[in-house]
Design a binder for this molecule. Structure first.
Ligand SMILES: [Zn+2]
Length: 293
C-alpha cells in the first residue's frame, strides 16, 4: 500500500500511515484476500473548500480542503473515514459488482437498484472498520452512527421512495439530491439498512457470523470471478450466513419505505446500546446513543 500526498500534510504523518495500515490490515483479514498486488491512496489537500473521494480498482483519489480542515482532528478522522470507505470499494463495487455494471455499458443508461449494497454497505463498513481496527473506540463509532442516523431520520424522502428505487433514480440525477425530500440516499439509507442486516445476522447466529461473513462469501463467489451480483444473490447469501431468511428487511427497508425506528432501537439494544431521539428547537430530529451497562 502506497500513500501519495499533494499540498498540505496532515499534522501527524506517522499516525496517518499507522491508521492506514490498521484499517487496511483489518479489511484484508475480514475478506481473506486482497484483490490487487499494490494499492495507492492519492491525496489532494488543497487550501480551498473541497471534499471528494473516488474508487478505482487498485487506487483511490481523495481530495479534502481547506488546509486548516485537513490539520484539525475532525478533518483528520474525516479523511481516514473516506480512505477506509474507498479501500472497501476495492472489493465491493470494483469486484463484487451489480450485474447491470458487469461489464459497464458506457453507450447507454445502466441504472441499478443495488446502490444500497454498492454505497450503503461500503459506507457502513468503512466506518465499522475504523472501530474494528481500533482507530476509534465504541464511543467514536457511536458518534459516527449518530451522525448517520440523524441524516437518515431527517430525510423525509426515505418514506417517499425505497432505497432500491432511489438507487435506480440515482443513475439519472447523480449525486444531486434532485427535488428535496423526494427520494432516499443510497449512502445514508443504504448504510442504515446494512446496519440492520449486520445486527440481524449477529443476533441469529449469537455473534458467530455478521454481514462481513456474507461479504466475504460474495467476494469469493461473485467478486473474484467477476460475475455480476443480483439482489437475489445478495439476499440469499445473507440468509445462508444468518440461517434464516431476511425477506422482511428486504421488503420493508430495501424495496419498501417502512419506518426503520423500531427495528433500529431493537438492533442497537441487541448490541448493548440504547437509542433515543428528540426534536431540537429548530424541529430537527436529534439522536442519542448510549452504551448500556
Ligand atoms: Zn463510495
Amino acid at each position: 500500500v502506497h500513500i501519495w500526498i499533494h499540498d498540505t500534510l496532515p499534522s501527524d504523518p506517522a499516525r496517518f500511515v499507522a491508521d492506514h495500515v490498521a484499517f487496511t490490515r483489518s479489511q484484508i483479514a475480514h475478506f481473506g484476500t486482497f484483490p490487487t498486488q499494490e494499492y495507492h491512496f492519492f491525496y489532494l489537500f488543497p487550501d480551498r473548500d473541497v471534499r471528494h473521494g473516488v474508487e478505482h480498482e487498485d487506487s483511490t483519489v481523495i481530495a479534502l480542503g481547506p488546509a486548516n480542515r485537513v490539520q484539525s482532528e475532525e478533518g483528520y478522522l474525516e479523511i481516514i473515514g473516506i480512505a477506509s470507505h474507498e479501500l472497501y470499494h476495492a472489493w465491493n463495487v470494483k469486484r463484487i459488482r451489480p450485474i447491470e455494471w458487469t461489464p459497464y455499458d458506457f453507450t447507454g443508461p445502466c441504472p441499478s437498484e443495488l446502490g444500497y449494497i454498492a454505497e450503503g454497505v461500503t459506507t457502513y463498513m468503512g466506518d465499522l472498520f475504523l472501530y474494528k481496527s481500533g482507530i476509534v473506540d465504541l464511543k467514536g463509532w457511536c458518534a459516527l452512527m449518530t451522525s448517520l442516523l440523524e441524516r437518515h431520520l431527517n430525510n423525509p424522502g426515505r418514506h417517499n421512495m425505497s432505497v432500491a428505487a432511489s438507487s435506480y433514480d440515482t443513475w439519472l440525477d447523480g449525486y444531486k439530491m434532485g427535488v428535496r425530500g423526494r427520494k432516499g440516499s443510497i449512502y445514508v439509507e443504504g448504510a442504515v439498512l446494512a446496519f440492520l442486516c449486520d445486527a440481524r445476522i449477529m443476533e441469529l447466529t449469537a455473534g458467530k457470523a455478521s454481514l462481513s461473513t456474507a461479504m466475504r462469501l460474495l467476494w469469493e463467489r461473485h467478486g473474484q470471478p467477476r460475475e455480476g451480483l443480483t439482489a437475489d444473490m445478495y439476499w440469499d447469501t445473507l440468509a445462508e450466513v444468518a440461517g434464516d431468511r431476511m425477506d422482511d428487511l428486504r421488503n420493508q427497508h430495501a424495496e419498501g419505505t417502512e419506518d426503520t425506528w423500531t427495528p433500529l432501537v431493537q438492533a442497537m439494544s441487541a448490541q448493548g446500546i440504547s437509542l433515543s431521539k428528540r426534536l431540537d428547537d429548530a424541529g430537527t430530529i436529534r439522536v442519542l446513543l448510549h452504551q448500556e451497562n
